[in-house]
Design a binder for this molecule. Structure first.
Ligand SMILES: CC(C)(COP(=O)(O)OP(=O)(O)OC[C@H]1O[C@@H](n2cnc3c(N)ncnc32)[C@H](O)[C@@H]1OP(=O)(O)O)[C@@H](O)C(=O)NCCC(=O)NCCS
Length: 118
């Protein structure tokens, strides 16, 4: 929220309780990364503390969310990717869908991943 200037009103959208969450912890038990997936297969809130980026924490969070989606037999998962994060999701074979849109004053694009053949 601080890094990207997202307001508390936008961040706390009331959907957390209906989502499954992943939380990455350091060896000393500090929270260093997070993510969530809703019952309709929408992934969001993926974030890693700046000092922990580039160490595959984000990949581990996303892999766990995809494992969960497969365990629930979701056919597809989707997410609204911030434009600068698109290359990260392309590595997992997500595909861009539709036009760029603004959310919390940040440009995003919808991305989808079909799970049924994976
Ligand atoms: C995007 C984010 C979650 C990635 O987490 P991370 O822990 O740094 O990612 P990983 O270390 O698992 O990266 C895996 C690979 O993706 C690449 N990658 C990660 N973020 C990238 C980005 N923004 N652009 C291009 N490549 C990226 C890494 O270089 C790495 O490549 P490598 O395997 O060749 O080394 C993290 O940068 C972050 O929290 N950013 C700020 C919040 C944000 O943008 N969240 C996404 C909202 S949609």
């Amino acid at each position: 929220m601080r890094e990207q200037g997202v307001s508390a009103e936008m961040e706390w959208d009331g959907l957390d309780e209906a989502c499954q969450h992943v939380l990455a912890l350091s060896a000393t038990g500090d929270a260093i990364g997070c993510g969530r997936i809703s019952a309709d297969g929408h992934i969001g809130r993926i974030a890693v503390l700046p000092e922990w980026r580039g160490k595959r924490v984000g990949s581990s969070l996303l892999e766990l969310l995809l494992d969960y989606a497969r365990s629930q037999h979701y056919v597809e998962v989707a997410l609204g990717a911030q434009i600068q994060a698109v290359p990260f999701y392309l590595r997992f074979n997500f595909a861009e869908v539709g036009e760029i849109f603004m959310d919390a004053n940040i440009p995003h694009i919808e991305m989808q991943l079909c799970l049924k053949d994976l």
